[in-house]
Write a protein that binds this ligand. Structure first.
Ligand SMILES: [Ca+2]
Ligand SMILES: [Ca+2]
Length: 371
């Protein structure tokens, strides 16, 4: 359950990058000399604050990287940061939480954590033992909600009805929101079209992308200026279906362009690969039996007959050929390497031959008279 929720939270984070920027502080801690007022064991959320108070609401998507609490002077107790997502009315869903920490009395306690959050999420506090100084003495228009005394520790994904209000004002908890982890390039990032094939006969291709660490989105385009590009959520497989630009001269390679994005936006680095798109089949100019080997006696004994096949293809070149007694038989045979002169010993009075180019476009069949 916890794993599924963490994945869902990340997926949400990937849906839109936060604007680049510096870390933000949310919430507040009691910094005075007096010990903060204490709460019962419970789950708490800062439902609202007065207009002139620091906000406990996450202002942009990102990651909470640390949190703080001022320990009560006498028995500081233990607890954890909670992050709640409003779920309508007084319902809140727990979307993240820190580890449980023991607080040091009379000090500002700061802890590292890593909780992906979304705009609109709200800070909360789990009080896991009596004595935790949960609140700041500030009763002016603030509203803290909780799910009742002795409530169990909420787990991520759980929705709790925070039905109960407290007159203890604001929670004694603050957090540092980082707009997100930066992209980390190692040097092996890139893209290849159809796993590195030189030619294709189909503009529908597959891009295999190796992204930098922390990539959340990729931008794909047929144009280096990323005009008419598309942005897709990063796929775990690194594979994306893509349509090459099929207009323009065939002999020019078709290029795909890729950029990587993270929580701080897109890197300006562009990665490319190209492939030759050849949608035109080769042509057989002539195909004939040649030399003295051709003849009735040779054919009857299934002796080898020399066949000469002239074919041309201007984009990817003639690469393979098939030959057989009938089109059906030839079609089932292996594609042999194309040679202008080859030997055929299938017998019969005629044979059928075809060739294909480097992009696997087959030519039309050509009948060869064996005489
Ligand atoms: Ca390539
Ligand atoms: Ca061709």
């Amino acid at each position: 359950m916890a794993v599924a929720v963490a994945a869902a939270a990340l997926a949400v984070l990937w849906a839109g990058p936060a604007k680049a920027g510096a870390a933000t502080e949310i919430g507040a801690i009691e910094e005075g000399e007096s010990s903060p007022p204490a709460c019962d064991v419970s789950n708490l959320v800062q439902a609202s604050v007065a207009a002139n108070r620091p906000s406990y609401t996450v202002p942009s998507d990102g990651v909470i990287t640390s949190w703080s609490h001022r320990g009560a002077d006498a028995s500081p107790g233990s607890g954890r940061l909670q992050v709640w997502r409003p779920a309508g009315g007084t319902d809140y869903t727990l979307v993240g939480r820190s580890n449980i920490q023991a607080f040091v009395a009379g000090e500002i306690n700061e802890f590292a954590t890593s909780i992906p959050v979304r705009t609109g999420d709200v800070l909360g506090l789990r009080v896991s033992s009596a004595g935790v100084g949960c609140a700041i003495s500030d009763q002016n228009g603030n509203l803290t909600r909780h799910d009742g005394p002795a409530a169990s520790d909420a787990t991520p994904g759980e929705t709790r009805n925070m039905f109960s209000t407290t007159n203890l004002s604001r929670l004694n908890v603050s957090a540092t929101l980082d707009p997100g982890a930066p992209l980390q390039f190692k040097g092996d990032e890139g893209v290849s079209i159809n796993d590195g094939d030189r030619f294709t006969n189909d503009p529908e291709v597959e891009l295999h992308v190796v992204p930098p660490a922390n990539t959340t989105q990729v931008r794909l385009a047929n144009d280096g200026g990323f005009a008419q590009g598309v942005t897709r959520a990063a796929a775990e497989s690194g594979r994306y279906g893509w349509t090459l630009d099929s207009s323009g001269p065939e002999r020019l390679p078709k290029t795909a362009y890729v950029r990587f994005g993270g929580e701080n936006g897109f890197s300006p680095l562009t990665f490319t690969d190209d492939i030759i798109l050849d949608e035109t089949p080769p042509k057989i100019v002539s195909a004939e039996a040649v030399g003295s080997s051709a003849g009735a006696a040779a054919i009857a004994r299934k002796r080898a007959v020399k066949i000469k096949v002239k074919a041309k293809d201007k984009t990817s070149g003639v690469k393979r050929m098939q030959i057989g007694k009938s089109k059906r038989k030839a079609r089932k045979s292996k594609w042999k390497k194309y040679r202008k002169n080859s030997k055929y010993k299938g017998g019969g009075r005629k044979a059928f031959v075809r060739v294909r180019d480097g992009a696997k476009n087959p030519s039309k069949w050509k009948k060869v008279r064996l005489r």
